[in-house]
Design a binder for this molecule. Structure first.
Ligand SMILES: Cc1cc2nc3c(=O)[nH]c(=O)nc-3n(C[C@H](O)[C@H](O)[C@H](O)COP(=O)(O)O)c2cc1C
Length: 198
C-alpha cells in the first residue's frame, strides 16, 4: 500500500531501530564528537576491518574529520544515556563536550571515551560528498572494549528522553532537514548542470 514519505521515514526508523554511536575527532587543539546512527561495518575480512560513517557537513565534528582524516567510533550503552544530550543536542563549537568524561587520546589523535562498550579508531580511506553529508569509508586502525552493557537503540533512547530534550531533538531535526534539503538540491543541480572546462 502506498504511504506518504514522512510516515515511511518513521516506519523505517522504527523497523531498523539502529544502535547509537558517538563519533569523535580532533584537529590541532580542537575536538568534538556527535551522536550518529549512520555507521556500518564495511568489510568481511577480519584482518582488514573497515567502517562507513555518514556525517552532516554542517556539523563541527565534520570539519575536524575533514582536517584530520580520522575519527573514532564508540558504541553507546544504555548506562551512557547521558551521552545523547552531551554529544547529540549541542555543538562542540560552543561547549566542551568532554568535560569531566574519562578520555584518552588514540594513535590517530582522536579522543577515546573509556566508558564505551566498544570503540574503534579509524583513518579515512575515501569519502563521498553527497551534498548534505560526507560518507566516509575508513580503515579501522585500533579497537578496544569497555564495560559490559546493552547497546542503546533509537527506540529505547526515545522512551528514556525527558520531554524538554525530546522537543529540543525535534527542533534540531527540523533545522537539519531544512539545511539538508537545500544542500541536496544544490548538489543535484550541480550534477545536472556540471561546469564544463574548455
Ligand atoms: C539520535 C541522533 C542521531 C543522529 N544521527 C546523526 C548521524 O547519523 N549523522 C550526523 O551527522 N549527525 C547525526 N546526529 C546529529 C548530531 O549528533 C548533532 O547535531 C551534534 O550536536 C553535532 O555536534 P557538533 O556540531 O559538535 O559536531 C544525530 C543526533 C541524534 C540525537
Amino acid at each position: 500500500m502506498p504511504m506518504n514519505l514522512t510516515e515511511f521515514e518513521d516506519l523505517l526508523e522504527s523497523v531498523l531501530d539502529p544502535v547509537l554511536w558517538v563519533v569523535t575527532a580532533r584537529f590541532g587543539d580542537e575536538q568534538s564528537g556527535l551522536i550518529a546512527t549512520f555507521v556500518q561495518k564495511a568489510s568481511l575480512v577480519p584482518a582488514l576491518p573497515r567502517m562507513v560513517a555518514a556525517i552532516a557537513r554542517h556539523h563541527y565534528t565534520w570539519s575536524l574529520i575533514e582536517n584530520s582524516q580520522s575519527f573514532a567510533l564508540h558504541l553507546v550503552g544504555e548506562t551512557q544515556f547521558e551521552w545523547i544530550d552531551r554529544f547529540g543536542l549541542h555543538t562542540g563549537r560552543t561547549s566542551d563536550k568532554f568535560a569531566s568524561l574519562p578520555t584518552t587520546r588514540g594513535t590517530t589523535g582522536s579522543p577515546l571515551l573509556e566508558d564505551a562498550i566498544l570503540w574503534m579508531e579509524c583513518r579515512v580511506e575515501a569519502s563521498l560528498d553527497t551534498g548534505d553529508r560526507s560518507i566516509y569509508l575508513a580503515e579501522v586502525v585500533s579497537v578496544g572494549t569497555g564495560p559490559d552493557d546493552r547497546p542503546l537503540r533509537l527506540k529505547r533512547m526515545l522512551e528514556l528522553l525527558p520531554e524538554h530534550q525530546r522537543s529540543e531533538l525535534e527542533r534540531l531535526t527540523a533545522k537539519d532537514i531544512t539545511l539538508d534539503t537545500a544542500a541536496i538540491e544544490t548538489w543535484r543541480a550541480g550534477k545536472r548542470n556540471p561546469v564544463r572546462s574548455k
